[in-house]
Design a protein around this ligand. Structure first.
Ligand SMILES: [Fe+2]
Ligand SMILES: [Fe+2]
Length: 360
């Protein structure tokens, strides 16, 4: 069954907000805010997930749960209960087999999306998860770019990055998801997400995929360009090739600006700050410090390659699959990167039967 969510939520504002966020994640949803006659409204419909606010009306909630058991193909039901209501909820209802999980009110869009991701019925929906994670990445990057780093958005970015990592690790045919991304639009806030995804695909093929490494890579890739926020606004969306010498000099300071920003947060590990500082270094020819190859942190090299590739796709308005061959056709570009990483990048885009058998 595809993802279809029924959101039974009497709070009109919350219901509208969650519906619009689900829609932007391409998740089909139906919202019911009025308990009157709603048993009739959902007749003969199938849902994969139901978010059911107990405050809707006690009797209706109980009737609905019984109905789902009988008529609606056993969806995952998330019962929402406020702290004030909890003492009055029938204990057998909270522990009922038809309730997958009890959520506290007020709940968040992140919790709803997590419920969807946790569902084993949606294993085949890796593409859906990918779209959801892209939406969440765009949201958190937007928040970081607008309001600066803070304790909360660092945690969010890390969580989203870790979820991207889990998806890439789990999905043997992850490249297929990229291939099917026919709605690819090179949005500005999509750049960090793409850099994160490509970096993880490369590291997975290099077998540098311990949880710790992937976690640093995730956060480092998502916020690698954070230093750009210290630069004048017009520089942020400019292509470096179009900058005048003065602008280009300023642009070259963004890795150091990023380092200064992230150094203020002791919870950000040095592996992440190294990625930020060195993601434009290229064997003595890069910036800001023109360090030689041996002195560049390996994960920064991975992010550097992914960054160049993502930038190439943006400049040429190409999808990843269409752009890969053209990108690799540029000998000067390829020579700037570690050959093992280039190989891993190519392999990561090929459906690898041998890899699947090895890990089976
Ligand atoms: Fe950068
Ligand atoms: Fe970048």
């Amino acid at each position: 069954m595809s993802i279809a969510i029924l959101l039974a939520e009497p709070d009109l504002q919350l219901a509208a907000e969650i519906k619009s966020k689900l829609e932007s994640s391409s998740v089909a949803s139906e919202v019911l805010t009025d308990p009157k006659n709603w048993v009739g409204q959902i007749k003969n419909k199938k849902y994969s997930h139901v978010i059911l606010n107990y405050d809707l009306e006690k009797e209706v909630t109980e009737e609905i749960l019984a109905k789902f058991e009988a008529d609606h193909g056993h969806p995952k039901v998330y019962l929402v209960v406020s702290e004030a209501q909890r003492p009055f909820v029938n204990k057998s209802l909270l522990e009922s087999a038809s309730v997958t999980k009890v959520l506290d009110f007020p709940y968040t869009i992140e919790q709803v999306l997590k419920c969807i991701e946790e569902s084993p019925a949606l294993k085949s929906s890796a593409e859906q998860k990918f779209i959801t994670l892209r939406t969440l990445s765009v949201k958190v990057i937007e928040e970081i770019y607008n309001n600066g780093l803070n304790e909360q958005n660092i945690i969010m970015a890390q969580k989203i990055g870790d979820s991207i990592s889990t998806l890439i690790q789990k999905e043997k045919d992850f490249a297929d998801i990229i291939k099917n991304m026919d709605d690819y639009k090179p949005l500005i806030y999509c750049h960090p997400f793409l850099v994160c995804v490509f970096s993880m695909m490369i590291c997975r093929k290099l077998k540098w995929d311990s949880q710790r490494t992937m976690s640093s890579l995730a956060l480092g890739a998502l916020i690698h360009d954070i230093g750009m926020t210290a630069l004048p606004l017009e520089l942020r969306s400019m292509n470096p090739s179009e900058m005048n010498p003065e602008q280009f000099k300023l642009y070259q300071s963004h890795p150091i600006e990023g380092l200064n920003m992230t150094n203020k947060f002791p919870q950000i590990p040095s592996s992440v700050t190294q990625i930020i500082l060195q993601h434009h270094e290229a064997n003595s020819k890069g910036f800001p410090n023109a360090v030689s190859n041996v002195k560049i942190y390996p994960l920064a090299k991975v992010v550097s390659l992914s960054d160049k590739f993502a930038r190439y796709l943006l400049d040429n308005e190409m999808s990843p699959f269409a752009g890969l061959k053209a990108f690799l056709g540029n000998r000067m570009e390829v020579l700037q990167h570690d050959p093992e990483m280039i190989k891993a990048m190519i392999k990561s885009f090929i459906k690898d039967d041998k890899d699947s058998k090895e890990s089976a």
